[in-house]
Design a protein around this ligand. Structure first.
Ligand code: NDP
Length: 435
């Protein structure tokens, strides 16, 4: 806390991991002596910079941008860029720290990083977003590269923003190279990347249920968010015969007791991404649904819960409500959506709980495959990537079971993910000596 004053999100993330790692390294002197956990909790580098841009009314605006390069022991830094007014150095440090474990769990050679800016894309014109992205990349380009650091999208950064940033990188450097992932399919993007995080979170859920000889078919699911992750999670739950009861945005949640069919999910995708609309407008389009302004969906009774919006969106009280309504399993599409107190409620109730660093790793895994395809200058097809994603998620699940099985039939997936993710990075750092 003294080293990172005021960085509550970062401290929360490190504390959560440290609890599990201390238990694991208790009798392993080599990790202690090398201060591995302390070294992992100090980013290799935090770059902070001014992003100056002109709005449509010719006002000069100034934002702050960051790139946190947390750890590159096992591969180039890799992690998304977030544009949201809530972005701070603490939030990005927490995300970069978590990303290091997540990327390690995928089994692919990727280190951990994260970046972004306190820019609010909401209500901005296309031209404003373009100018902002170009200005952001005008500084960022010197810190990244296909073998150095490969950013991707995150909240507020989708295909449009990646396109503007990739274009600017190419213009400045005169190089076409796989420096960003989540690109459009026309210019080096990978099949399955848009679907990967949401589908992957559902595959993780499927694997947790399978471990208990159960399945998604016939189950009800509550999902938060209505962005990339949430809509694809909803799509995959529906494909597997589950019924999605809710989606949400920062204005509130929609409860559709008839379930979100593919047609309804397609409407949400179009409405949120292309029309940049609000979830409150869903009820004008589809009868039988209700909108709950300013509320989160966790009070709706369900078998499965998938928080897919943002960090700290599911607290202790909400976790209790889910448990008392009989939730069986939680799979996190978002990063750290459940508060630490909420996680304790799930553990105490022995609910299957897949933390974001494992459950949402499908996105970065397919990003890793996008890097491979760019390096080889080839594209694999949808079917092949779909198969690879399924296998990667199964592999992540199995590593969590290996290190998280409590011996009484209960799997502590948080512990499993933390230890499995830690071990690979820690062993690489040990191999490098004191650097
Ligand atoms: P999007 O920008 O596509 O969607 C974000 C969604 O969350 C929107 O519905 C947004 O609502 C809602 N939201 C954002 N902030 C808040 C808030 N403070 N309170 C309530 N709702 C909020 O982002 P993604 O779907 O890509 O990302 C969602 C989460 O998944 C994030 O935690 C991200 O880090 C994580 N993630 C994403 C990956 C990816 O591949 N995209 C990979 C791994 C993790 P509104 O429209 O009102 O802002």
């Amino acid at each position: 806390k003294k080293r990172n004053p005021g960085q509550t999100e970062f401290i929360q993330a490190v504390q959560e991991v440290a609890q599990d790692i201390f238990g694991f390294i208790e009798d392993k002197e080599e990790y202690h002596a090398a201060q591995i956990l302390r070294r992992m909790a100090e980013p290799d580098r935090v770059v902070s910079f001014r992003v100056c841009w002109e709005d449509d009314n010719h006002n000069i605006r100034v934002q702050r941008g960051w790139r946190v390069q947390n750890n590159n022991a096992i591969g180039p830094y890799k992690g998304g860029i977030r544009f949201h007014p809530s972005v701070t150095e603490s939030v990005l440090k927490f995300l970069a720290f978590e990303q290091t474990f997540k990327n390690s769990l995928t089994g692919l050679p990727m280190g951990g990083g994260k970046g972004g800016a306190n820019f609010n894309p909401k209500g901005k014109s296309d031209a404003e977003v373009m100018r902002f992205c170009q200005s952001f990349m005008t500084e960022l380009y010197r810190h990244i590269g296909p073998d150095t650091d490969v950013p991707a999208g995150d909240i507020g950064v989708g295909a449009r923003e990646i396109g503007y940033m990739f274009g600017q990188y190419k213009r400045i450097t005169n190089r076409w190279e796989g420096v960003l992932t989540g690109k459009g399919r026309e210019y080096g993007g990978s099949e399955m990347r848009p679907e990967a995080t949401g589908y992957g979170a559902v595959y993780f859920m499927e694997n947790m249920l399978k471990h208990k000889n159960d399945a998604i078919e016939g189950k009800t699911a509550v999902i938060s968010g209505s962005g990339n992750v949430a809509t694809h999670a909803a799509e995959q739950i529906t494909k597997q015969g589950g019924k999605v009861l809710t989606l949400s945005d920062s204005g509130g949640f929609v409860h559709d007791p008839d379930g979100f069919t593919q047609e309804k999910i397609d409407w949400v995708k179009e409405h949120k991404t292309h029309r940049r609309g609000r979830m409150s407008e869903y009820v004008d389009e589809f009868k039988g649904a209700t909108f709950h302004e300013g509320q989160r969906p966790w009070s709706v009774a369900c078998d499965l819960a998938l928080p897919c919006a943002t960090q700290n969106e599911l607290n202790e009280e909400e976790a209790k409500a889910l448990v008392s309504n009989g939730v069986m399993a939680v799979s996190e599409g978002a990063n750290m959506p459940t508060t630490l107190d909420g996680v304790h409620i799930f553990h105490d109730a022995k609910i299957m709980y897949g933390p974001g660093k494992a459950a949402n790793a499908g996105g970065v895994a397919v990003s890793g495959l996008e890097m491979s395809q760019n390096a080889e200058r080839i594209s694999w097809n949808h079917e092949r990537l779909g198969q690879m994603l399924t296998e990667l998620m199964e592999g992540i699940h199995d590593q969590c079971v290996e290190y998280g099985d409590q011996g009484d039939g209960y799997v502590d997936y948080v512990k499993g993910a933390n230890i499995a993710g830690f071990k690979k990075v820690a062993d690489a750092m040990l191999a490098y000596g004191v650097v």
